[in-house]
Design a protein around this ligand. Sequence first.
Ligand SMILES: NC(=O)c1ccc[n+]([C@@H]2O[C@H](COP(=O)([O-])OP(=O)(O)OC[C@H]3O[C@@H](n4cnc5c(N)ncnc54)[C@H](O)[C@@H]3O)[C@@H](O)[C@H]2O)c1
Ligand SMILES: [Zn+2]
Length: 364
Amino acid sequence: MKRIKVALTRRTNSSYEIIIGRDIIDRAGMIFAKKAFARRMIVIADSNVSARYGGSLVNLLNELSVPAELVEFPAGEESKTMETALRIAADLVERRADRTTGLVALGGGVTGDLAGFVASIYMRSVPLVQIPTTLIAQVDSSVGGKTGVDFAGGKNLLGVFHQPKMVIVDLACLDTLPDAEFKNGLAEVVKYGVIDDAELFSDLEQESDEVAARSPEVMLNVIERCLTIKKKIVEIDEYDVGLRRILNYGHTIGHAIEAASDYRISHGTAVATGMAAEARISEKKGYLAAGDRERIEGLLDRLGLEWRFPAEIDVRDVVGKVGVDKKRQGETIPFVLVKRIGVPFINGSVDEGMIAETIEEMKA
Ligand SMILES: NC(=O)c1ccc[n+]([C@@H]2O[C@H](COP(=O)([O-])OP(=O)(O)OC[C@H]3O[C@@H](n4cnc5c(N)ncnc54)[C@H](O)[C@@H]3O)[C@@H](O)[C@H]2O)c1
Ligand SMILES: [Zn+2]
């Protein structure tokens, strides 16, 4: 079991620990109980996770003398809405939850964002503990305090920053994760290598078979390194006004692909395609060597992540959707480009012609 501290300095008392390991829930539970964040905990989980892990977590907490109950909502991104948040809040009122009650987000990024959002507004905020169970949540969404729901056709349009009191990452949860969900997380893992850590990237190249086969030792090391990168970026830029934007590598074009496919294309595939496209744009603009771009595409291949542009998606539609993002941000499209593996930078001068040409070349 390892412990990583996220040291946030803007507000006092906002630092927290990430506890990471395999089959650590009992030991982590004891630390959790000792910290006494709240007198009572309500565990929020979606229908898949609740059935698998909800009951045993509630039992464990009760054994540790932390009164706990389970609240469930239907699994899926469709549940990440204000309606579900209000339904959960109504449930909390009914259960007479007060400010001494804490919430546990047990699940993937949907649960973390949704339960985190409810925790941020219920009685002007209650303590939150994140127990991520998907790879995306374990390497990314459980750390950093972004919470929110989708609204009016836009992802995460309503939300706030609400940092957790503690994050417990138990790799044993990944054993039951479907392959497609695991791959979604792997795309983010590759992203961390490209934006921050050339050594992580080359280790992923060396150990791609073990990673794809979810080797416990290799994955423990990989997840720990990803969390260390996320922690470092969040510590520097808690409120996403600067450095944190590099986490968007692959996501400017990736989000446009997801939207253009009406979300039929998974986040991992869209981000893998976005990373390849943004690497190609970096190369075209003379920043990235062809060899490095080939390594990025090669690693995606080895991990079984599809990055070629899907033939059924309209290129103009994708370019248009990148432009929609642009209008939201102001004049230029803030692209995360790469100089070398491990060295990203923000560039606002990518024109639509170059985006279209790049995607065209990447057609499957
Ligand atoms: N807050 C942030 O910083 C941040 C960062 C990245 C993504 N996100 C958000 O996260 C969401 C995506 O997260 P996600 O991919 O984890 O989605 P998710 O929470 O919907 O989980 C994916 C699926 O896996 C199931 N599942 C979860 N854990 C499981 C397990 N251990 N075994 C079997 N099945 C399991 C879930 O029930 C669900 O069906 C998006 O809404 C995205 O906006 C937020
Ligand atoms: Zn992502």
